[in-house]
Write a protein that binds this ligand. Structure first.
Ligand code: FES
Length: 102
């Protein structure tokens, strides 16, 4: 049975293997991905397209979009995803103007 808060089992849940920017990492299965990454010491999730400023989770409820990461080729809000085996997480880097769809 899961605890009331999705953040309470970060330390005790069984670990699964994921990768972030190609590096292996083990995170608690079923945990909130943003919380699990923060607990693992990952604080920068993306860089803004215009200034390249670092961003990390802020609202933890799907409103701010500061937790965007690419997961298996799709841009997703990490705070709205559960950790599962084999996630391939890529932190977006700043895009040049030529890389942004108009
Ligand atoms: S932390 Fe705000 S949308 Fe994910």
């Amino acid at each position: 049975m899961k605890p009331d808060s999705p953040f309470l089992d970060l330390e005790t849940a069984p670990r699964v293997a994921v990768s972030i920017d190609g590096a292996p990492l083990e995170l608690p299965e079923g945990a909130n991905l943003a919380a699990a990454l923060l607990a693992a010491g990952v604080t920068v999730f993306r860089h803004t397209p215009v200034s390249g400023a670092p961003r990390g989770p802020f609202c933890m409820m799907g409103a701010c979009f500061d937790c965007l990461v690419d997961i298996d080729g799709f841009t997703r809000q990490a705070c709205m995803i559960e950790v599962s085996q084999g996630l391939r997480i890529i932190r977006p880097r700043d895009l040049g103007a030529d890389d942004v769809d108009a």
